[in-house]
Ligand binder design. Structure first.
Ligand code: MN
Length: 213
């Protein structure tokens, strides 16, 4: 049985960028619903129920066709949200320095260099990431992924499709489903993306970057 992972911070910890009611609804209702539906889907498949979502999603072709779409959607929802909570962190005075490097930087020299090499500058990376977030029609996610050693790029996935099946291992991800921001930002997705840049856990991004070398 899959279970809801606890948030690594309090529900109000991301205020004012992501509000407490949104976090409660998103984590306790939306994420939980993906887990409940995944568990229900796997109920008659005990050998699959023991596998992690990552294992199931990386081998979707070996999942019986009758439940493949359900595993892709609900398993993907569970995987993506579990990743997302860990990529967020309460805003801190060092946040602005995280990408720029120097004292208080949490991304590390390698991450900063990579972003500058591939996007030209931190500002250009943020612009392209934001453009991808605004360009995702309907529901989905935007990701910074690592394609292979020292190759990074921005991709977008529809619905709850996982990034590692569509371009690379995720370093950073943003949920652009309306349920992620509508209570506070209504239709202003651009403001939500700007707020996201204030609460990125760059230390986690840096760890993912080096862990997969
Ligand atoms: Mn979501």
């Amino acid at each position: 049985m899959h279970a809801l992972p606890p948030l690594p911070y309090a529900y109000d910890a991301l205020e004012p960028y992501v509000d407490e009611p949104t976090m409660r609804l998103h984590h306790l209702k939306h994420h939980q619903a993906y887990i409940d539906k995944l568990n229900a889907t796997l109920e008659k498949y005990p050998e699959l129920a023991e596998k992690s979502t990552g294992e199931l999603l990386r081998n979707l072709d070996s999942v019986p066709e009758a439940i493949r779409t359900a595993v892709r959607n609900h398993g993907g929802g569970h995987w993506n949200h579990s990743f997302f909570w860990k990529i967020l962190t309460p805003a801190s005075p060092n946040q602005g320095l995280a990408l720029a490097g120097g004292q208080g930087s949490t991304l590390g020299d390698k991450g900063r260099t990579l972003i500058e090499n591939f996007f030209g500058s931190v500002e250009e990376f943020q612009k392209q990431f934001k453009d991808a977030a605004l360009g995702r029609f309907g529901s989905g996610w935007v990701w910074l992924v690592k394609k292979s050693n020292d190759q990074i790029t921005i991709i977008s996935t529809a619905n709850q499709d996982v990034p590692f099946n569509e371009g690379g291992e995720p370093l950073l991800g943003l949920d652009v489903w309306e349920h992620a921001y509508y209570l506070k930002y209504q239709n202003r997705r651009a403001d939500y993306v700007d707020a996201f840049f204030k609460i990125i856990n760059w230390e986690q991004v840096g760890q993912l970057l080096t862990a997969k070398d």
